[in-house]
Ligand binder design. Structure first.
Ligand SMILES: [Mn+2]
Length: 440
């Protein structure tokens, strides 16, 4: 995204920051073993405000300072760069990221202390990078203002997420362009994986296929570990072992998405390994599909975040009543999560953006659901999971797990499904499964 986007964001941020200051850091890098690190991925909040993806970086925001946006980065170091890759360095970083002042990362503490005599209120990311958070709190504990000189004291520490999360909930045009592209590519990858599926392959081979497709199309990473769950493995919501053979007659549930430009996609499809739904699978699949369509229709500006869930749940419960797996009335069942929790244990939606479970409240403080506005992006992902040992479940349904998930943008007039490129209608799925090549 171009530098102007970040600059506009910071303008909006400074308006809300007022006279307060804020500090935030790039995510720490994580050691895998010895001198081998996990692939680096910075803090979404840090990136959102700065545009900087380098490790060992920090930013201080203070409108009263001569340099309201101070950025701290790794200095140029030819030897370190030979080993670990190029760095922009202090001078270039200032221009590239549009900072008012840029310094070597070693100076952040000194410069931060210089802002304290002018700061009464400090915004800090809380509960994300605890070591950095504690470091800042330690500095504050040991800071004693010189009152005779009129120095101020930090009297309030506030959660930086309270400003940034609501901003992140409404995507701007640059973000939406990136998310559309990533969702389209990820949907295509799902379709390729569906085409490559056939009995006798292993879950990890289909995982390899979809992850190859994500990356071949430009994703720099996975948005989250891929779930490729054949048969009963689909009952484990976050199944990531991906080690079993795909059996003729089973369903395969794939929940996977690529990350591009640090933005996530999140798609789930469930389809027969052999390309043909059994009557029992079809019955349950049709319920989940109708439920998902009803939930997508409930996404529109002015609707509550939880309207999609209520719409999905209603259709699921009607289906479970029809199959006599549950008894009673939809209205009563809807009020009692325990009554259906064995079959539908999760929510229907979460926000999507830089993080797969993106920043943003789902309830406001009063306990009321958030009202959707254009620019919100959320998932819609109802499912049904039939335990193997529940006496209420007829034998033919036991061990079947189905989830269907799309990524949905709230628009001025309603909604736009960003992940339509992968089939979910039964006929389209049956035509596609097994029709493609398998790369082995
Ligand atoms: Mn999801």
């Amino acid at each position: 995204m171009n530098i102007e986007v970040f600059s506009q964001r910071r303008t909006q941020f400074f308006q809300q920051l007022g006279k307060a200051s804020a500090i935030l850091f790039a995510a720490p890098s994580q050691v895998r073993n010895d001198d081998n690190s996990f692939p680096y991925r910075t803090c979404s909040f840090f990136y959102y405000l700065t545009g900087c993806r380098e490790p060992n970086a920090a930013a201080i925001f203070s409108a009263s300072s001569k340099a309201p946006f101070q950025l701290f980065v790794q200095p140029k170091d030819s030897m370190a760069e030979v080993w670990n890759g190029r760095r922009l360095g202090v001078d270039l970083a200032k221009d590239v990221y549009g900072a008012d002042a840029c310094y070597s990362i070693e100076l952040w503490e000194e410069k931060f202390k210089q802002t304290l005599p002018h700061t009464e209120e400090l915004f800090l990311l809380m509960g994300i990078h605890r070591k950095q958070e504690n470091h800042v709190l330690d500095i504050l504990r040991n800071h004693f203002p010189n009152r005779k000189n009129g120095e101020r004291e930090v009297v309030a520490i506030r959660k930086l997420q309270s400003i940034l999360s609501p901003m992140r909930m409404v995507k701007d045009s640059g973000e939406l362009a990136l998310m559309r592209e990533n969702c389209t590519n990820s949907a295509r990858a799902h379709a390729k994986a569906m085409a490559a599926t056939r009995p006798g392959l292993f879950e990890y081979q289909i995982a390899a296929e979809i992850e190859f497709q994500f990356k071949y199309q430009g994703a720099s990473d996975l948005a989250y570990p891929s779930i490729v769950a054949g048969g009963e493995n689909a009952l484990i919501l976050h199944y990531v072992d991906n080690k079993d053979v795909l059996r003729d007659g089973d369903l395969l549930l794939i929940d996977a998405g690529g990350e591009r430009g640090l933005y996530a996609s999140d798609i789930t499809r469930t389809f027969p390994v052999n390309g043909k739904f059994s009557p029992a699978q079809r019955q349950l699949y049709e319920i989940v599909l109708q439920s998902q369509k009803a939930a997508i229709q409930a996404v529109r500006p002015g609707a509550r975040f939880h309207d999609a869930h209520d719409a999905a749940l209603r259709v699921l419960l009607e289906g479970l009543l029809r199959l006599k797996i549950l008894t009673g009335s939809v209205e009563e069942l809807m009020k009692d999560r325990k009554s259906y929790g064995a079959f539908y244990p999760h929510g229907t939606s979460h926000w999507l953006g830089l993080d797969v479970h993106d920043a943003g409240a789902t309830y406001q403080r009063s306990g009321e659901s958030v009202i959707l506005v254009p620019g919100n992006v959320l998932t819609v992902e109802p499912g049904l999971y039939m335990p193997t040992d529940d006496a209420r479940v007829p034998a033919e349904f036991r061990g079947i797990g189905i989830r269907i998930e799309d990524d949905v943008l709230v628009t001025e007039s309603g909604r736009e499904v960003l992940t339509e490129g992968v089939p979910k209608e039964i006929a389209a799925i049956e035509a596609l499964v097994g029709s493609g090549s398998v790369k082995i």
